[in-house]
Design a protein around this ligand. Sequence first.
Ligand code: ZN
Length: 61
Amino acid sequence: MTEQPGAVACSVCAAPRDAESPVQALMWVREDERGRVRWLCPRCARTHVRDIEAKLPSEYW
Ligand SMILES: [Zn+2]
């Protein structure tokens, strides 16, 4: 699956990943939900970490 470079924003707070520092950008979490890719910024990912862990396929660990 091909990602869309430059078109990534947090699915929770809508923060653009491009605005993050390179280090912060690496901490973003990618979720696949029925073929639709969602991204979570580090702040929202931390808030929703339990939900993510429950759904995330093991290949992403
Ligand atoms: Zn966010």
